[in-house]
Design a protein around this ligand. Structure first.
Ligand code: CA
Length: 234
């Protein structure tokens, strides 16, 4: 699953350079030249990371980062600030606002890609493409195959994404709203009960190989993937 990066940068040459290098590194790149345009794009979809220039016309990158952190829909999106400023104060201000990292211009494309990957590994492990295994259930993100006891489990695309997310965040409980944000990417047009429908389908598929206990319902809270028995965790 290629990570979607929203690049907010007003200088066309730099925006182009960044987009070129990120595409080469396998990312899907979305571009905006100011905060207002970026905000409109965010209404349509949620990226996996925002690469945000500090010095933008009208609204500054810092103001925009503040808005992203305030809104419940966008507050968990990782942000990397890009800036020509090198003062320590600015760096502190950038991190204060909740940026995950900070890159000073000029930067090498290789460093930029490495920093993005590091932030995504930390904040969105479901994008790392490593094979996951838990209690005999094996998921390969590259081939999109899920196996157990030598059998392939047929899953729809949403069930696959749901399982992938829950396996990369095992033992943690997620509410329906959180799952919509993280798995569907955006919950503007989807209702909470959609999550239940897909969980039910996923559980049914896991039942076929006797692994349904891995997918647990936490009463009043949400769902969790865990190899520990439910009794032990409650
Ligand atoms: Ca700029």
């Amino acid at each position: 699953m290629a990570a979607k990066i929203l690049v907010v940068e007003d200088e066309p040459a730099i925006q182009e350079l960044i987009a070129f290098n990120l595409k080469n590194a396998g990312f899907v790149v979305l571009r905006a030249e100011n905060a207002e345009q970026a905000m409109q794009m965010l209404n349509e979809m949620l990226p996996d990371l925002v690469l945000l220039d500090w010095m933008l016309p009208q609204m500054s990158g810092i103001e925009f980062a503040n808005i992203l952190r305030r809104e419940s829909r966008t507050k968990t999106i990782p942000i990397i600030m890009l800036t020509a400023r090198i003062e320590e104060n600015d760096k502190i201000q950038g991190l204060d606002v909740g940026a995950d990292d900070y890159i000073t211009k000029p930067f090498s494309p290789r460093e930029l890609v490495a920093r993005i990957k590091a932030v995504l590994r930390r904040r969105a492990p479901e994008l790392s493409e490593e094979i996951l295994e838990s209690d005999g259930l094996r998921l390969d993100p590259t081939t999109r195959r899920v196996m157990a006891q030598g059998c392939e489990i047929a899953l729809g695309p949403t069930e696959f994404r749901l399982l992938y997310f829950l396996m990369t965040h095992a033992d943690r409980v997620y509410t329906r709203g959180q799952l919509l944000d993280r798995v569907w990417g955006d919950h503007v047009f989807v209702e909470d009960r959609t999550v239940d429908v897909h969980i039910r389908r996923l559980r049914k598929a896991l039942e076929g190989v006797g692994k349904e206990k891995l997918l647990q319902t936490v009463r009043g809270s949400g769902y969790r993937f865990s190899a520990e028995s439910e009794e032990k965790l409650v």
